[in-house]
Design a protein around this ligand. Structure first.
Ligand code: A3P
Length: 282
């Protein structure tokens, strides 16, 4: 049976409990009205860009550990929590996360110029990863083919809205709020995790030894996370589907030549006036 896709302001959302219970408008308003602490760090990402991965790296850096955290990320995903005051019990610094776009982030977080960490991934790989996720997730009602999913992406009709809108808004915010947002790239993190984790630690203001950074890189390798990490989506299908492949360029196994051409045309058009450097990612 198809699940409802709550919608507001032209964007549809997964049917998480707050969205079902309160409706999308109220759920988003509650996120915007969230009571922020100065020490809060927000992980703001478009879906399937590596949110779980960066979350683990961040919690290891901030808590000086190499233990993977059970249920992390899902437990502090703003749009998944009905009563946001339940996050009051988390000790500082809290790591919160959301896929909602910049304009819907907690107002206090922005006013206080609290830190935001943002990860960008090649949108072609995001699209393929999202297709697999949407096909298995009980909060979405997608049960079409790859071609159907590709068409939805091209039409900008996926959950949380179009990737382009998300990233362009984020780039603009990066310019408007200088120093508040730190952007890392999935591909860079994959190619040189030690270097990228060090940069992230610097942004977070965490001092840690070179040895600890190397240990964090090892503990958050795709293989280690896939083997050892409790994947909350196991609850739905027994196996879990977050840690699928974790590679750069899997899109080449899905995109036809014609789809790739279409995608490139749209990408170039949409990102033509890109104020930042997401364009270079391509
Ligand atoms: P794939 O579907 O391409 O495998 P998110 O956490 O934002 O939902 O993103 C999920 C994507 O990040 C999945 O991509 C997943 O495999 C990948 N991922 C998760 N942990 C990773 C890790 N440690 N290293 C590399 N990729 C990882």
């Amino acid at each position: 049976e198809p699940v409802p896709q709550p919608e507001w302001d032209g964007i549809s959302y997964p049917s998480f409990i707050p969205f079902r219970e309160k409706g999308a408008e109220k759920a988003i308003q509650d996120i915007m009205g969230f009571k922020s602490r100065e020490s809060d760090i927000l992980l703001a990402t478009h879906c399937k860009s590596g949110t779980h991965w960066i979350y683990e790296i961040m919690q290891m850096l901030l808590r000086n550990t190499t233990e993977l955290e059970k249920g992390a990320k899902s437990n502090s995903m703003l749009e998944g929590i009905s009563d946001l005051s339940s996050l009051d019990s988390i000790p500082s610094p809290r790591i919160l996360d959301t896929h909602c776009s910049f304009k819907y982030l907690p107002k206090q977080h922005i006013e206080k110029k609290n830190k935001i960490v943002h990860i960008v991934r090649n949108p072609k790989d995001v699209c393929v990863s999202f297709y697999h996720h949407a096909s298995k997730d009980k909060f979405t009602n997608f049960n079409g083919s790859w071609n159907d999913f590709f068409d939805l992406w091209m039409a900008g009709k996926l959950l949380y809205g179009a990737w382009y809108d998300y990233e362009l808004e984020m780039e603009q915010a990066e310019k408007d709020f200088s120093g508040m947002i730190y952007t890392c790239y999935y591909e860079d993190m994959k190619q040189d995790p030690v270097k990228e984790i060090k940069k992230l630690a610097d942004f977070l203001g965490v001092e840690c030894s070179a040895t600890h950074i190397e240990e964090v890189a090892k503990a958050t390798s795709f293989k280690n996370m896939q083997e050892k990490k409790f994947d909350i989506t196991q609850v739905f299908d027994g196996k879990g589907f977050i840690y699928r492949k974790g590679e750069i360029g899997d899109w080449k196994n899905y995109f036809t030549v014609a789809q790739n051409e279409k995608f490139d045309i749209q990408f170039n058009k949409k990102m033509k006036d890109s104020p930042g450097n997401v364009y270079d990612l391509y």
